[in-house]
Design a protein around this ligand. Structure first.
Ligand code: SF4
Length: 250
């Protein structure tokens, strides 16, 4: 399988239950709820997106195999991407078919073994697979290759596709009007408010954490106020702020 990735970069997770944690972000290209082109926005299922997930950016690439993708992520851990990113990464301008993939499903024990073998102690390598919609591409083979390099593997998905069982952290952000398939996980992060997607619709689902994240844009102040009020009245829910925007990290 070939993986198309908009960008890979090292930063701090800005949102939700893992906020503040160092992570490699792997942003897969493409989404099933919007083309990413402004001219299509008014017809899209999801209309409030503020992410550029179209094509391949300077920090992204097309990877011929799960191994190549995992190696690129690994090189980026602790910000080391730039020097070594060209060897196994396919240039963005080239398209090739998939190479082999290997050894699925080793899980976290293997990941922790890998971490120890790499001498990383308590560093706990962490990758957040996001998009676009990462589950259009992220599969068991890629997760296994990331585990083999000592990574805990998280996904941020719109919930329209089932998540691979070997993932370590599943964050679902459901979108009004979209199919909702992945109904369990670690974290449900609802952009608020969304007409036809009130928090009550999700409150009984099987998640450990429930977050309301104020919708960004011109109404951010009012949306934040409403989210705060809702959390005060419904303590099951916590407020998630996009702290990376506040402190100016990528
Ligand atoms: S589902 Fe996520 S990535 Fe896709 S258009 Fe909506 S906000 Fe953007």
């Amino acid at each position: 399988m070939t993986y198309t990735v908009k960008e890979i970069f090292y930063t701090l997770q800005g949102e939700g239950a893992q906020m503040g944690r160092a992570a490699v972000f792997c942003r897969f290209s493409g989404c099933n709820l919007w083309s990413g082109r402004e001219e299509d926005r008014s017809r899209a299922v999801c209309q409030f997106c503020d992410t550029d997930f179209v094509g391949v950016g300077p920090d992204g690439g097309r990877f011929r195999s799960a191994k190549d993708l995992a190696e690129a992520v690994d090189r980026c851990w602790k910000g080391g991407a730039r020097e070594a990113s060209s060897e196994s990464r396919e240039p963005a301008s080239r398209k090739r078919e998939a190479g082999g993939t290997q050894e699925a499903g080793r899980g976290m024990q293997e990941a922790e073994r890998g971490t120890q073998e790499a001498g990383l102690g308590r560093e706990r390598k962490f990758v957040v697979c996001t998009g676009g919609e990462p589950l259009l591409q992220l599969d068991e083979s890629a997760i296994a290759e990331l585990h083999a390099r000592g990574f805990q593997v998280a996904v941020e998905t719109n919930g329209t596709r089932p998540a691979p069982s070997s993932l370590d952290w599943i964050c679902v952000s459901p979108k009004a009007g979209a199919p909702f398939v992945q109904r369990s996980g670690n974290e449900l992060k609802l952009v608020y408010p969304q007409e036809d997607a009130p928090p009550e619709k999700f409150a009984e689902l099987d998640f450990q954490h429930f977050f309301l994240q104020p919708m960004d844009g011109p109404d951010i102040a009012a949306n934040t106020e409403r989210a705060i009020e809702y959390c005060l009245r419904h303590p099951q829910w916590r407020l998630s702020i996009q702290t990376h925007k506040l402190v100016g990290v990528r």
